[in-house]
Design a protein around this ligand. Structure first.
Ligand SMILES: Cc1ncc(COP(=O)(O)O)c(C=O)c1O
Length: 385
C-alpha cells in the first residue's frame, strides 16, 4: 500500500498561492481551506503523464468522470449513485449559484445556517435573493439546530431553497441521521429544495460518521442536489472542478439547462483527471490524511487547554477548519484580529465573516504539517503574554 508523507514541508510561497502569497513572509497562514499537503502520488503521476502528451485540445464529456464520483460515494459511504445522476460543475460554489438561479427568482429567500462559509452569503445576495438565517445554537460546547425556527422559516412562502453545509464549515458539525431526515421532511413539506454542500464529507473524526443527505430516504433523494469536490481531501482546489449528484430527473434536467445556458459544461482536462484518479485510486490517502489530522487536532486541543486561557476549541466532528471561541479573551473583534495578525503573525479567518454568531470567534486550518501547526500555536501563545 502507498504511504503518504504528511510531514513533508513544500514551499508554497511564490507559486501564486492564495494561502501564502496574500500575506507578507513573516505571516504564518492557517486560514483558507486548502491543505499544505502534496496531492496523492497517483494523481501527480497521472497529471504528469497527461501533460507529457503535449496536446490539450477540447475533451469530450466522458462517463469516467460520472462513474468515479459514483464509485467514491459507494465505496466510502455505501450510497448507490447512478452515473447518470452526476453532472460536472466548475466547482461547488458555482453549482450552488446555478441552483439558486434555477430554482428561485430574484427577491426569493434562501435559507442558510449561520455562522456559515461566507461565499454562501455572497451567492445569495449577489444574485438578488434574500438570506434567511436559521441560526445554529451553541450549547455545552456543541452546535444544535433550532428546528422550531427552521420550520417557521421554511414555511415562509418566499423561501425556495435551503443551502445545507454538511459537514458544516466552520462549526465542524457532521449532522446526524435523525437531523438530516428531519431537515429533509420539513423541506419537502414546505416545498423547499435542499442544496447540500458535502465538500467536507471525507474529513470525519473518530467516532463520527458522514451520512450523505440524499442517501437517507426517498424524500431526501428526490428533493436535493448534492455538491461534492475532491479538493478538500486531496488538495486539488486550484484545478476548479466539482460535481453535483441529482437523483431526481426533473430537477436534474432543469439544473442542466442552466449549465448549458451558461456554457459551463465544458470540462478541463486537468480538472477532471485528478477527480477521476483520486476517487478511484486514492482511498488510502483519505484514510492516512484523517489519521494525521487526528494527531493535529489532539495537538491543538492539548495546547489550547494548557497554554491559551481565554480560547476554547469547539471540538469538531468533521473538517480541518477549527472554530475557536475566543470570547474569553475579552477583546473586541477588531483587537482580536489585530492581536493574531499583527502581534502573533498568524493569519486565521475572522469569525465575523461567517455572519451572525461569528463575533468573538476565529477559524483555524490545521491541515498542515504538525511542525507548522506547532509554530502557529507558539506564536499565539507568545502574543498573549
Ligand atoms: C463548505 C464549502 N463549500 C465550498 C467550498 C469551495 O468549494 P469550491 O472551490 O469547489 O467552490 C469550500 C471551501 O472552503 C467550503 O468550505
Amino acid at each position: 500500500m502507498l504511504v503518504h508523507d504528511f510531514d513533508q514541508i513544500t514551499q508554497r510561497r511564490g507559486t501564486e498561492c492564495k494561502k501564502y502569497d496574500t500575506y507578507a513572509e513573516d505571516i504564518l497562514p492557517l486560514w483558507i481551506a486548502d491543505t499544505d499537503f502534496q496531492c496523492p502520488q497517483p494523481v501527480i503521476d497521472a497529471m504528469v503523464a497527461r501533460a507529457q502528451h503535449g496536446i490539450y485540445g477540447y475533451p469530450i464529456n466522458a462517463m469516467n468522470f460520472n462513474r468515479a464520483v459514483a464509485h467514491w460515494q459507494k465505496e466510502r459511504f455505501g450510497w448507490d449513485v447512478e452515473a447518470g445522476w452526476v453532472e460536472y460543475t466548475p466547482a461547488v460554489i458555482p453549482a450552488i449559484i446555478y441552483a439558486i438561479k434555477t430554482f428561485s427568482q430574484p427577491g426569493d429567500q434562501v435559507l442558510i445556517q449561520c455562522p456559515v462559509y461566507p461565499p454562501f452569503h455572497a451567492a445569495i445576495i449577489n444574485n438578488g435573493r434574500i438570506i434567511v438565517n436559521n441560526q445554529l445554537v451553541l450549547e455545552d460546547g456543541q452546535y444544535h439546530i433550532n428546528f422550531q425556527d427552521l420550520e417557521a422559516k421554511l414555511k415562509q412562502p418566499r423561501t425556495r431553497l435551503m443551502v445545507l453545509c454538511h459537514p458544516h464549515n466552520p462549526v465542524g458539525k457532521a449532522f446526524t441521521r435523525e437531523e438530516l431526515l428531519r431537515i429533509g421532511e420539513l423541506c419537502a413539506k414546505h416545498h423547499v429544495l435542499v442544496v447540500v454542500d458535502e465538500i467536507h464529507q471525507d474529513i470525519i473524526y473518530h467516532g463520527c460518521r458522514h451520512y450523505p443527505f440524499a442517501s437517507l430516504s426517498d424524500t431526501n433523494r428526490d428533493n436535493s442536489i448534492t455538491c461534492v469536490n475532491p479538493s478538500k481531501t486531496f488538495n486539488t482546489a486550484g484545478v476548479r472542478t466539482g460535481a453535483v449528484i441529482i437523483p431526481d430527473k426533473a430537477i436534474r434536467e432543469l439544473f442542466y439547462e442552466c449549465i448549458v445556458n451558461h456554457k459551463s459544461y465544458g470540462r478541463t482536462i486537468f480538472g477532471t483527471l485528478p477527480l477521476e484518479v483520486a476517487y478511484t485510486q486514492c482511498g488510502y490517502y483519505a484514510d492516512q490524511l484523517m489519521a494525521y489530522l487526528e494527531i493535529n487536532l489532539k495537538c491543538l486541543m492539548d495546547f489550547v487547554e494548557q497554554h491559551l486561557p481565554g480560547i476554547r476549541v469547539i471540538k469538531p466532528q468533521a473538517t480541518y477548519l477549527i472554530w475557536l471561541d475566543c470570547r474569553g479573551l475579552g477583546l473586541s473583534q477588531k483587537d482580536l484580529v489585530k492581536l493574531l495578525m499583527e502581534k502573533a503573525k498568524v493569519a486565521l479567518n475572522d469569525g465575523e465573516s461567517f455572519g451572525p454568531g461569528g463575533t468573538g470567534f476565529m477559524r483555524m486550518n490545521i491541515a498542515c504539517p504538525k511542525a507548522t501547526l506547532e509554530e502557529g500555536l507558539r506564536r499565539i501563545q507568545q502574543a498573549m503574554v
